[in-house]
Design a protein around this ligand. Structure first.
Ligand SMILES: Cc1cc2nc3c(=O)[nH]c(=O)nc-3n(C[C@H](O)[C@H](O)[C@H](O)COP(=O)(O)OP(=O)(O)OC[C@H]3O[C@@H](n4cnc5c(N)ncnc54)[C@H](O)[C@@H]3O)c2cc1C
Length: 433
């Protein structure tokens, strides 16, 4: 049996320094930095935010287009400027922002006593104990390997995040002719990045019947970006040895074709970066694959909160930052009274809905952050479709989806029904009516 110290934790092992903070925030993207800024400004004590990257700021650091800050800061900003804004706010409020620090695991299962996390960085190994932990580790696109695309393993295969890091952070040449897989907004970000790097776009492909942006029509999107859009089309294989030579496609009508290209970018298809939550045995939601959280960002482990795209992969940066700001109140309350509620009611979805966040409620507790629930669907539906909310077969609420629904785009449900839910009842279920 390993030795334990007076907190009951396994001994940290040789060469690992131990420190204590009041709040440890993991992930210095918009969500984590906003949380650190608000907590430090509100007098939460020592607030530290750590990130494994060399620079703080999260995904926006490598998004050079200007689509950030419009709603929450009321000015259009590039990704790097937006990242700097939150870094300055966090540091200015008195939070410590440490980069090049990877959090590798928990000293013991969280929720059972002391919260302690192990980290590694060029400065060495540490164990950081905290009164509260905020997980803000974001989300990433599934790489080609996880999408089980057959074929060879050539160079020239990226996700949007990898592409943007190669182009904007490492200033690498990425290729001459590219296929973009996926037609949600991030796919168009990939198109912009490729264009900026002087790469010709062969086509965009999506297995969906249309693109999934907010533009009114496929024609609008095609004209806007002058990119051929192949709908109802799937990638069946990658070709080429050493360097990518082409991508094999199957079209809706059964035809198969090959697009000659030396670069392919797999976009969208997000997975929350839930590794730390999983390592800690923190309950994950079946739908989102992020930690299950209630309307105050509380996970199932006492003292552990979660915010940002870890909860809903993915929403705009402003939503992640807003959640970071909003988590401060429940964190401060927990630091003050140590309380942690149990026995919350799960909120689930039925197909074709994919997930809902937050996904736990206490009908007597706070309303959801931002006053709404966020959902995703797998099916395109017309303007007259609706969401129906019930519990144990009892009708709670129905609301029309004024704009219909499209896969990979957010859908929102109001929180007006929460008071009618039974705190001792079964799961609340949301269906598309
Ligand atoms: C290509 C692209 C274009 C986008 N364009 C826009 C746009 O125009 N407008 C907009 O509003 N939004 C845009 N977004 C979405 C926006 O970037 C995200 O919503 C936002 O970054 C989410 O913030 P976050 O803090 O939740 O996560 P992230 O920004 O992903 O930050 C998470 C951080 O956690 C760190 N981390 C993870 N695990 C660990 C660990 N174990 N130890 C230490 N650190 C860890 C990561 O290094 C990362 O820095 C875009 C996203 C992409 C990918």
């Amino acid at each position: 049996m390993s030795a334990t110290n007076r907190d009951g934790l396994a001994a940290p092992g040789p060469g690992r320094r131990t420190r204590a903070v009041d709040v440890l925030v993991i992930g210095a993207g918009p969500a984590g930095l906003a949380a650190a800024a608000r907590l430090a400004a509100a007098g939460a004590g020592t607030v530290e935010v750590v990130d494994r990257e060399e620079q703080a700021g999260g995904v926006p650091r490598h998004c050079y287009h200007s689509g950030f800050g419009l709603r929450e800061l009321r000015r259009p900003m590039s990704g790097p400027a937006y990242a700097r804004h939150w870094c300055e706010l966090a540091a200015g409020a008195g939070a410590t922002v440490r980069t090049g620090v990877s959090v590798t695991g928990w000293a013991e299962q969280p929720g059972r006593g002391t919260l302690a996390l192990d980290t590694t960085s060029p400065a060495g190994l540490e164990r950081i104990t905290a009164g509260a932990v905020v997980l803000a580790t974001g989300a990433r696109e599934r790489p080609r390997s996880a999408r089980l695309v057959p074929g060879t393993r050539p160079a020239g295969v990226f996700t949007t995040g990898e592409l943007q890091q190669a182009v904007h952070l490492r200033h690498q040449r990425v290729g001459t002719r590219a296929l973009v897989v996926g037609a949600e907004p991030v796919g168009y970000s990939a198109v912009r990045t490729l264009r900026g790097a002087g790469v010709e776009i062969a086509a965009m492909v999506t297995d969906q019947p249309r693109h999934q942006t907010s533009w009114a029509s496929g024609l609008g999107a095609r004209l806007h970006h002058r990119v051929p859009l192949l709908t109802g089309t799937t990638v069946t294989g990658l070709l080429g040895r050493g360097r990518l030579a082409g991508v094999a496609l199957r079209h809706r009508d059964g035809r198969t074709t090959t697009v000659a290209c030396d670069t392919v970018v797999f976009t969208g298809d997000w997975i929350p970066d839930h590794e730390l939550a999983r390592l800690g045995g923190i309950e994950l939601d079946r739908g989102t694959r992020g930690p299950a959280v209630d309307t105050a960002f509380r996970t199932a482990a006492a003292g552990v909160f979660a915010v940002g795209n870890l909860l809903h992969a993915v929403e705009p940066a402003g939503t992640a930052a807003r959640e970071g700001t909003l988590v401060a109140v429940p964190v401060l309350r927990h630091l003050a009274d140590g309380a942690w509620p149990g026995g919350q009611v799960p909120v689930e979805v039925d197909a074709p809905l994919r997930w809902v966040a937050p996904n736990r409620i206490d009908p007597r507790g706070p309303r959801p952050p931002l006053g709404r629930f966020t959902l995703r669907t797998t099916r395109t539906a017309g303007r007259l479709s609706a969401l129906v909310i019930s519990q144990d077969g009892r009708f709670l609420h129905r609301e029309r989806l004024r704009r219909g629904s499209v896969p990979n785009r957010p859908l929102y449900a109001s929180a007006d029904w929460i008071d009618g839910a039974d705190p001792h009842g079964g799961p609340v279920v949301i269906t598309a009516g």
